[in-house]
Design a protein around this ligand. Structure first.
Ligand SMILES: C[S@@+](CC[C@H](N)C(=O)[O-])C[C@H]1O[C@@H](n2cnc3c(N)ncnc32)[C@H](O)[C@@H]1O
Length: 270
């Protein structure tokens, strides 16, 4: 079963003249759902900061490992994936429902191209549910309210916030969004999050000029943050092993990829 609370008209809002994050991210991952402007900006950023492709792939692999961990080892059956991105080979509902067909998944994004492709995200098993909400992360209360039509907030929910709070430029607002989302969750729930960093110990200082170029030529504007700021999103939660690390190395095989300047962690609400 699948449902969508989306208004019609995603394609009418598409702007193919300006590079958009969801489409450029798709380009870096190796997808086909992007336009010439996205390829041009994506190439330029990759020229300035070549590890960006590794970051995009590592983030996506983190999604796979974390959903497998949450659905498999932790028995989570409800997922709220905020900042979903364009559908790709392994989406949250496919991984979760492969492990537990009755899993319920709500996707949230505000990019019109993701809305256009939402059909691919809404192919649920008969036992489970997938839903798509066209909404802005700046309004977490609206997201939670609409998600509660599909998810039971009296039972554990895993919130996936992968590469999304970096689009909330105001540091205090980003903390407030994380706080509000976590406050709405019952105990036994989880927060999985990734976020770019400028920290030199993950090689993040090189993305300062690339992000400046992005913010002058593409949308939406982005920022990176320090380890301390990113760790603070997990305040009140218990970080699970291995804690806040380069997302490429979170529960990865020993011979796994290089460190990328994108932190990732999963935490539980006790
Ligand atoms: C870097 S991509 C990450 C996609 C996916 N979570 C992943 O990790 O592969 C960020 C996504 O966040 C979405 N996004 C950016 N700003 C947003 C906002 N204000 N509200 C909702 N979604 C937003 C973009 O459209 C894009 O799809």
């Amino acid at each position: 079963m699948s449902e969508s609370h989306t208004p019609a008209g995603g394609s009418a809002r598409l702007n193919t003249g300006v590079a958009h994050n969801a489409r450029v991210w798709n380009y870096w991952i190796g997808g086909k759902d992007n336009y010439e402007v996205d390829q041009r900006v994506g190439e330029h950023v990759a020229g300035m900061f070549p590890i960006i492709r590794e970051i995009a792939r590592a983030d996506r692999w983190f999604l796979g490992r974390s959903v497998r961990f949450l659905a498999g080892e932790q028995g989570v059956r409800q997922f709220l994936d905020i900042g979903t991105g364009l559908p790709t080979v392994e989406n949250t509902h496919e991984i979760a429902q492969d492990i537990a067909p009755d899993s319920r998944i709500v996707y949230v994004d505000n990019d019109p191209i993701v809305l256009v492709h939402a059909r691919t995200l809404l192919t649920s098993t008969p036992e489970g549910v997938t839903d798509y909400i066209d909404a802005d992360v700046h309004d977490p209360d609206a997201i939670l309210e609409r998600a509660s039509q599909t998810l039971d907030f009296d039972k554990p929910v895993a919130v996936m916030m992968l590469g999304i709070l970096n689009f909330v430029l105001d540091a205090e607002e980003a903390q407030d969004i994380a706080r509000r989302v976590v406050a709405a969750l019952p105990s036994g729930s989880y927060l999985a999050l990734t976020h770019p960093t400028f920290d030199a110990d993950l090689g993040g200082e090189g993305q300062v000029p690339a992000m400046k170029f992005w913010n002058e030529n593409a949308t939406p504007p982005i920022t990176a943050r320090s380890r301390e700021d990113i760790a603070a999103y997990f305040n009140g939660l218990e970080l699970l092993d291995p804690g806040l690390v380069s997302c490429s190395q979170w529960r990865a095989e020993p011979d796994s990829p290089v460190v990328v300047p994108q932190f990732g962690a999963v935490a539980v609400k006790r």
